[in-house]
Design a protein around this ligand. Structure first.
Ligand code: ATP
Ligand code: MG
Length: 356
C-alpha cells in the first residue's frame, strides 16, 4: 500500500521523537511491503521563527493532501511572551479547526514493567485500559463571545459554552462505535445537575445508545469522574465527554499509569486525514539533550497504522516491539526506576527497530 504522511515535528523534543516515528514507519514499510512517503512541514515556534506565523497555508495544504498527519509537539519558553496570535499553540488549534478534528482519542494503558512509576498502587492500576474520547472543536474553547465586558459599570468577563446538537451527536456516536471493538462500555461524563449543555449532552447519549444495544451506557458527573479515575480507574472502558471536561480528565488519566512519555493520541475528523501525536508537550527542560522518551510518538505512529490505514497487524507489531524493549529493561529517564540505567532517545529508537 502507498500512503502519504505529513510530518510536523514542531518544537523541542517534538523534533527528536518525530524522527524516531519516521524511522520505525520506514522499517515497517520495508518489512510489510508498504510505501510510506513523508513530507515535512513546520508548525509552532519553529514556524514562527521562519515565517512569522505558527502555521502557514502551505502546511495546512500539505496536511490536507496527505493520508495522515504525524505531529511532534509545539511550544517553548522562547515564544511564551509573544502576542497571542503568534503563540505556537495557536498553530495547533488552527490545524485542528482546519482539518475538522472533532474528536480526540487518548488511550491509557497499563504497562506492567512501569508499575513503579505510577503515583497509584499497583492493585489500583493493574490492567487499566481506558480510552478517553474528548470533543475537540466546540464548547467553551470556541464559543463566542469570549471577552472582557462592562456590566453595570463593573469589570466583568464572559466565555460561552456553545454546541450544536450534531456536534455532540457525532462524537458520542464515535465513542459507541469504538466501544464495540472494546469492552462495550461507554461512560458519558457531564455536569447535568448544573449545566443546560450537559442536560442536552445526556439526552443525546441516551438517544445514541438506542442504536447500540450491545453497548452499556452510564452517566457520571464530572466531579465524581475526577475522583473515580484515581479511586477505581479499572471501571472505565470508553469515556466520552465535551471539550473542557475532556481536556482536564484526559490529563488526569494520562498520569495514572506513570507513563506520560508512553501515551499516544489520535484526532479524528469525518473525512480524514487524521492527526496523531504524543500527549506530552515539547518538554523544553530536556529538549536537544537526546533524553526524551520516543515511545509515545512511536505508539502514535502505531495508532496511525491501525486507525488511518487499517494496518492492524503492522500496528500490533510496533506495539509488541515497544513492549519487548521495555521488558528487556531499556528505559529513558522519565520511566526509569531508581538505579536503572538511562537509555537515550536514539538508543530507544534503535532498540525498537532492532526487534521489529
Ligand atoms: P504542554 O503545555 O506542551 O503540554 P507541559 O509543560 O504541560 O507542556 P510537557 O512538555 O509534556 O508538559 O512536559 C512535562 C514534564 O514531563 C517535563 O518535565 C518533561 O521533561 C517531561 N516529559 C514530557 N514528555 C516527555 C518525554 N517524551 N520523555 C521524557 N520526559 C518527558
Ligand atoms: Mg500540558
Amino acid at each position: 500500500m502507498k500512503k502519504r504522511i505529513a510530518v510536523l515535528p514542531g518544537d523541542g523534543i517534538g523534533k527528536e521523537v518525530a524522527r524516531g516515528a519516521v524511522e520505525i514507519l520506514q522499517a515497517v514499510g520495508e518489512r510489510f511491503g508498504h510505501q510510506f512517503d513523508f513530507s515535512y512541514g513546520k508548525i509552532g515556534g519553529t514556524a514562527i521563527d521562519e515565517y512569522g506565523t505558527p502555521l502557514t497555508d502551505e502546511t495546512i495544504q500539505l496536511c490536507k493532501e496527505s493520508d495522515a498527519v504525524l505531529l511532534g509537539a509545539v511550544g517553548g519558553p522562547k515564544w511564551d511572551k509573544a502576542p497571542a496570535h503568534v503563540r505556537p499553540e495557536k498553530g495547533l488549534l488552527k490545524l485542528r479547526k482546519d482539518l475538522n478534528l472533532y474528536a480526540n482519542l487518548r488511550p491509557t494503558s497499563y504497562y506492567e514493567s512501569l508499575a513503579d512509576s505510577s503515583p497509584l498502587r499497583k492493585e489500583v492500576i493493574q490492567d487499566v485500559d481506558m480510552l478517553i474520547v474528548r470533543e475537540l472543536t466546540g464548547g467553551l474553547y470556541f464559543g463566542k463571545p469570549s471577552e472582557r465586558v462592562q456590566d453595570n459599570g463593573q469589570d466583568a468577563v464572559v466565555d460561552t459554552l456553545y454546541y450544536q446538537k450534531a456536534e455532540m451527536y457525532r462524537v458520542i456516536k464515535l465513542a459507541f462505535e469504538l466501544a464495540q471493538g472494546r469492552k462495550k462500555r461507554v461512560t458519558s461524563i457531564d455536569k447535568a445537575n448544573v449545566l443546560e449543555s450537559s442536560r442536552m449532552w445526556r439526552e443525546i447519549a441516551e438517544e445514541v445508545s438506542k442504536d447500540f444495544p450491545d453497548v452499556t451506557l452510564d452517566h457520571m458527573l464530572v466531579d465524581n469522574a475526577a475522583m473515580q479515575m484515581v479511586k477505581n480507574p479499572k471501571r472505565f472502558d470508553v469515556v466520552v465527554t465535551e471539550n473542557m471536561f475532556g481536556d482536564i480528565l484526559s490529563d488526569e488519566a494520562s498520569v495514572l499509569t506513570g507513563s506520560l512519555g508512553m501515551l499516544p493520541s489520535a484526532s479524528i475528523s469525518e473525512k480524514g486525514p487524521y492527526l496523531f501525536e504524543p500527549i506530552h508537550g515539547s518538554a523544553p527542560d530536556i529538549a536537544g539533550k537526546n533524553m526524551a522518551n520516543p515511545l509515545a510518538m512511536i505508539l502514535s505512529a502505531a495508532m496511525m497504522l491501525r486507525v488511518s490505514f487499517g494496518m492492524e497487524e503492522e500496528a500490533a507489531e510496533v506495539e509488541r516491539a515497544v513492549n519487548q524493549v521495555l521488558d528487556a529493561g531499556f528505559r529513558t529517564g522519565d520511566i526509569a526506576s531508581f538505579g536503572q540505567t538511562h537509555s537515550s532517545t536514539t538508543e530507544m529508537i534503535d532498540e525498537v527497530k532492532a526487534v521489529l
